[in-house]
Design a protein. Structure first.
Length: 347
């Protein structure tokens, strides 16, 4: 049942997240939306009458993505002044947003149809931090399977170069170097050999399509030009050499991948970032059950690992957990991280 107060509150929650992550422009827009939304447009009415859980459904990010798309397209000059940080007072920002909804109602309404598919490439630094621990534990090459791959940016993890507190991983000549603000001792210097990388997405984004690439860019916050540059380079890498990205249901796909014969001398690793909340309880349970079944058959010659970066929304941060079999049955929290991988703090 729709709860208008909760739907408005979701924009305030997103404002807090954005402030915590150093995104004042996006935070300002979310704060203004919480006040300015009304039912004079179909988009506004649909947001206020949203029947689901608005934060879990990323309702604010769907809305901001649509607004940013208008900004990037150059079709809403006053809105672009808001995204450029030129209009900052709450009243004028609210006025601009109301006018934008009135003029661009049809375009904005379509952005509510699906969740954002950011799949930020910077998150792969957090995942790589977990993979270095898996490599340290077993000293074997990794077979990576990822769920919620979106456009497949993290499937480039074997082609990116990482600087993790001074510890380098990945090809030195990579066009994308990911260097998060590392807040602590670097991970152990270990060789990370990645044998294969595959992923699945219920609605894959094909960045070879210019329209799809522009949609992905719209989900990048205007506060983060470095993310936009990294996204542009990652898209060029996929266009030059596509990633192994399949369309499918995450639970079905994990069950099928774990049922495949696993060669000796390879660690099979399930990895994901900021996707678990979108799967729903049934898929979550199926994936956990499939991992438990596979873990029961894991051996030192054929280990299994689970590397996940998922949010603790109570404190507006991401957490990196690593679990592997045999020998490390209990999940271990290795690090805290900013949602887009801007900083990583080992624990």
């Amino acid at each position: 049942m729709a709860d208008e107060a909760a739907n408005r509150q979701a924009f305030g929650i997103q404002q807090h997240f954005c402030e915590m992550m150093g995104a004042p422009i996006t935070a300002r827009i979310c704060a203004a939306l919480a006040v300015s939304l009304d039912r004079t447009t179909r988009t506004g009415a649909r947001i206020l009458d949203w029947p689901g859980e608005p934060t879990a459904d990323a309702l604010p990010l769907r809305t901001v993505g649509g607004l940013h798309a208008l900004d990037l397209a150059g079709v809403a000059p006053e809105l672009s002044r808001v995204f450029a940080g030129e209009v900052v007072a709450p009243g004028p920002v609210q006025t601009v947003l109301r006018a934008t909804f009135a003029v661009h109602d049809d375009a904005l309404l379509a952005w509510l149809d699906g969740p954002p598919q950011t799949n930020e490439a910077g998150r792969s630094a957090v995942l790589m931090t977990g993979l270095t621990e898996v490599a340290r534990r077993y000293g074997l090459p990794l077979d990576l399977i990822e769920i919620g791959s979106s456009a497949g940016l993290n499937l480039l993890i074997d082609r990116f170069r990482f600087d993790l507190g001074g510890m380098g991983v990945g090809p030195a000549d990579s066009p994308v170097v990911i260097r998060p603000d590392w807040r602590g001792a670097p991970p152990p210097a270990v060789a990370v050999a990645i044998q294969s990388v595959r992923g699945v997405e219920i609605a894959p984004v094909d960045v070879r399509d210019p329209a799809a690439a522009e949609r992905l860019r719209a989900y990048v916050w205007a506060d983060n030009p470095d993310r936009m540059e990294r996204l542009t380079r990652a898209i060029a890498m996929i266009r030059a050499k596509p990633v192994a990205l399949e369309q499918g249901d995450a639970a079905d796909w994990v069950e099928a991948r774990l049922a495949e014969p696993q060669p000796d001398g390879v660690v099979r690793v399930l990895m994901h970032s900021v996707v678990w909340q979108y799967l729903g309880a049934e898929r979550q349970a199926r994936i956990a059950a499939a991992m438990a079944q596979a873990a029961a058959h894991a051996t030192p010659e054929r280990p299994l690992a689970w590397v996940r970066m998922e949010p603790d929304r109570a404190i507006a941060e991401q957490q990196l957990w690593v679990q592997s079999w045999p020998g490390h049955d209990e999940p271990v929290k290795l690090a805290r991280a900013q949602a887009h991988g801007a900083w990583i703090e080992p624990i």
